[in-house]
Design a protein around this ligand. Sequence first.
Ligand code: PMP
Length: 327
Amino acid sequence: MVDQISRPAESATPELLLPAPAAPFPYLWFSGRTVPWDAASVHVSLVGWPAVNAVFEGIRGYWNERQGALHIFRLDDHIARLERSMRLMRMLPRYSRAELTDAVLGLCRANEAREDVYVQPLAFVAGSRAGNHAEGPPEPEMVITMRPTESALLTGRTLRLGVSSWTRISDDVLPPRIKAMPNYANSRLASNEAQRHGYDAPVFLNRQGKVAESSTSCIVIVRDGVAITPPVTESSLESITQASLLALLSDELKISVQERVVDRTDLYTADEIFLCGTSMEVGAVSEVDDYGIGGSAPGPITARLERLFHDVARGEVPARTAWRTTV
Ligand code: PMP
C-alpha cells in the first residue's frame, strides 16, 4: 500500500485524522474552561502514554422529573477519592475541591441536563512517558465529560456471573483501591472472558484465591439474613456505592453487615448476591458459575435495598440529603 502524503489544507481548520465522537452533550470542561465538545481536540501524538498515569472518577446524576432537579450522588466523596488517586500518582492538586465541585455543577448547568447522567472527571499528565518526573510532581490536565446514562434501578434485571481465570491486581503491583486507568486492563481481560463464556460479569479472586470484586463493581453476598462483603484490603476499589448501600442496610433496613474474607464457596452457597457500583448501581445476581442464587428475580433483601437506594439517589425521600448535590 502506498502512503499518500497528507499536506496541510489551505484553510486554518485542523485536519481531523479520526472521526470525532458524537457529542453526548454540547460542552465538556477542560482544565478550567468550558469548551464546546466539537472543539476539544488534542494532537494525535499525545494518544497512548497519558492513559498510563490517568486517574478518574465516575459519578451519577439522577434526574427527578417531578422536582425538575438533577441530583448528583455523593459528589464530595467522588472528588475526595479523585484527590487520593492523584496523590498516589504524585500529581499536584491543580484545582481545589470547591473548584472541581463548581466545575461539575457548572458543566451540568451549561449542558442543561434534564435526564440521568454519568459524569467523568479525569486527570492525566500530557506527554509523560514512564512518569519519572525529575523536575518534581507534575500539574495534571483535567477534563470532565458527561453523557446521558439511564438508571437501571427497579427494572428487575438479574445478572449471571462467572468466576474469572484472571487474578485481580493487588496493592503491591497496581493498587486496585484507587481509580486508575491502567487497572482497567485487568478488568477488561476478565469482562471479555466472562462475555465469551456467556456471563454478564466476572468475579475476580485475589492472589490468595479469595473473592475480591467484579470488573467495574464490588460484590456483596447475603447469607442467613446477614450482608457480607470482603474488606477493601482483599483487592478492590474503595467503592462509594458499596459504602452507601452498607450504611442503608444497617441503619435503615436494620440488616446486620459483616466485613470478612469471602471464599468462592460463599458465592455458591449464598442466599442472595448483588454487585454494586456507580455504573452497576444495585445489580441482583441470579447465578454464579451456573449455581442458581435465589430465584430469577432479585432476592428480598436486595429488592428492598434497591428500592431504598433508588429513592435516596433520586431524592424521593428526605433521608441522606447530605449524599445529594442538586444542580
Ligand atoms: N470496583 C471497580 C473496579 C470499579 O471500577 C468500580 C466503579 N467505580 C467499583 C468497584 C464501584 O465503585 P463506586 O461505587 O465508587 O463506583
